[in-house]
Design a protein around this ligand. Structure first.
Ligand code: NAD
Length: 500
């Protein structure tokens, strides 16, 4: 493993010292061994970085947006050049299989392409004025320094979703990655710096900076009123701490928190198509995606056709080193995750569930490799309403469509959802106002994974934020309404007379 990390860093033409001479050790979930050590930032470091970000903002906001887009185009180019190496580093640091590591870096490239287009489309409105000789317009102006807090499971994509858009919107970024994945963040910073070098002098120094550390530096960033937006991705527990602190200073928050995603499999479902979607959704990234499928709500008439097939597919899963071709399930991030999974399975059993799988996978040493589990439940029990960040798929039966929808929506989270059906009424009802209450509602695909073009995020305890495509760019800008009088009179709105 040490050899691999050194190779990766060498292939990216980066300084090995940045990854080996710090006070914070980084361990790989693949074998539990030390990958390197990085320098941890302190609160005074953070304050200096925020000061530098404020200065960068003053210059960057005045650069025309399409020119700002050119920097993101160059970032996309650098990411293309480094795709294989960065994917391998993602895999080494967070444990997702290499194929998914590559998918994550591809998402970074996709958001860059998307943001380049957006840089020529930061449009406002013109609005009819009630006053003669007046124009009314709405502008979107750059917002200010953006603080990005990210989770371990998407160690690089979340930064790029935020940064590509923030930068074209005229904002600098300070990124606090997960303390579990700082090396990929350092690599991204170097890649960004190269794009800046190729871009030339229009880019101020410190347009994108990283803040290495844990909760304490994160909190200090959250509390600083110079940070115009805090975009925080992670657990609902973290969001509960961050949101009130930002609200206290009237800052802006974009929250991307935990999910508890379900698929409803109806009596008319195409079972052949359902199986790969369910299995990828529930065991992909070892169940450590915010969009992982955690609950399956199955019509009683197809239960016996579906569930034994799922169990069989689970038995055949190749669990092991995620750097090796053909592996489908890598390790959990750490021991605490494995313990949480075991505890959740005990709770499921205590609630009357029948559990298949769980425990440590055979024949893989080093990291915490868990056997993905299926828990057949008598009803939707309390433990099913929590997000356990591990590969547990809870299954419940239903007999009536409305019951399925009620079960689906009766959890506190609201990120991703899906229905597998060939009945157009059920499909359309699922995406109607009385259907799924989630930010993402799919038909005949799973819950996991999303395309860059759509807005990404969820409702309820998932936090309500939207990032990536559609009009998500607007959160990185401030809206300004402007009325211009081009007449020689001064009429007041609402016909008010004010004769002096
Ligand atoms: P986590 O909440 O433990 O940590 C996330 C980040 O928040 C880390 O960088 C951490 O240092 C920071 N943090 C924690 N407490 C903080 C505080 N009080 N102030 C400031 N920063 C703080 O999450 P994790 O274990 O890294 O990731 C898993 C969780 O993230 C899951 O719940 C998953 O669903 C969620 N997630 C959500 C999305 C989404 O888009 N909705 C995407 C990825 C992950």
């Amino acid at each position: 493993m040490t050899e691999t990390i050194a190779d990766i860093i060498r292939s990216m033409d980066m300084e090995p010292a940045d990854f080996s001479q710090g006070n914070m050790d980084v361990f790989s979930p693949i074998d539990g061994k030390k990958m390197g050590s990085v320098r941890e930032d302190t609160v005074p470091d953070l304050k200096a970085k925020i000061g530098a970000s404020v200065e960068a903002f003053k210059r960057w906001r005045m650069i025309p947006a399409p020119r700002r887009g050119e920097l993101i185009r160059l970032l996309g180019e650098e990411l293309r050049k480094n795709k294989d190496a960065l994917s391998a580093l993602v895999t080494a640091e967070c444990g997702k299989i290499l194929e998914e590591g590559k998918g994550e870096v591809q998402e970074m490239i996709d958001i860059c392409d998307y943001a380049v287009g957006v840089s020529r489309q930061l449009y406002g409105l013109t609005i009819a004025s009630e006053r003669p000789g007046h124009h009314m317009r709405e502008y979107y102006q750059p917002l200010g320094p953006i603080g990005v807090i990210s989770a371990f499971n998407f160690p690089v994509a979340v930064w790029s979703w935020n940064t590509a858009l923030a930068v074209v919107c005229g904002d600098p970024v300070i990124w606090k990655p997960s303390e579990k994945t700082p090396m990929t963040a350092i690599a991204c910073q170097k890649i960004f710096d190269r794009a800046v070098e190729n871009f030339g002098d229009d880019a101020p120094a410190n347009l994108s900076q990283i803040l290495i550390g844990g909760r304490d530096v994160g909190e200090a960033m959250v509390d600083d009123s110079r940070m115009a937006l805090i975009s925080a991705t992670g657990s609902t527990r973290m969001g509960r701490q961050v949101a009130p602190r930002v609200a206290e200073r009237f800052g802006r928050c974009l929250l991307e928190l935990g999910g508890n995603n379900a698929i409803i499999v109806t009596d008319s479902a195409d079972i052949e198509m359902a199986i790969p979607g369910i299995v990828f959704g529930s065991v992909g990234t070892a169940g450590q995606r915010c969009t992982s499928t955690r609950r399956l709500i199955v019509h009683e008439s197809v239960y016996d056709a579906l569930v034994p097939r799922l169990k069989k597919a689970y038995e055949g899963l190749n669990i092991g080193n995620p750097l090796i071709d053909g592996t489908l399930v890598g390790p959990l991030i750490d021991e605490a995750s494995f313990t949480a999974m075991e505890k959740a399975l005990d709770a499921a059993r205590a609630e009357g569930g029948l559990v298949t799988g769980g425990g440590r996978a055979d024949g893989v040493e080093g990291g915490y490799y868990a056997k993905p589990a299926i828990a057949e439940m008598p009803s939707q029990t309390p433990s099913m309403c929590e997000e356990t960040f591990a590969p547990i798929l809870y299954i419940v039966k239903y007999s009536n469509w409305q019951d399925a929808l009620d079960i689906h929506n009766a959890v506190p989270q609201g990120l991703s959802s899906a229905v597998i059906t060939t009945d157009v009424r059920e499909a359309e009802h699922f995406i109607s106002p009385e259907g799924s209450d989630c930010g993402i509602a799919n038909v005949n695909i799973g819950t996991s994974g999303a395309e860059i073009g759509g807005a990404f995020g969820g409702e309820k305890e998932t936090g309500g934020g939207r990032e990536s495509g559609s009009d998500a760019w607007k959160v990185y800008m401030r809206r300004q309404t402007s009325t211009v009088n081009y007449s020689r009179e001064l009429p007041l709105a609402q016909g008010i007379k004010f004769d002096l």
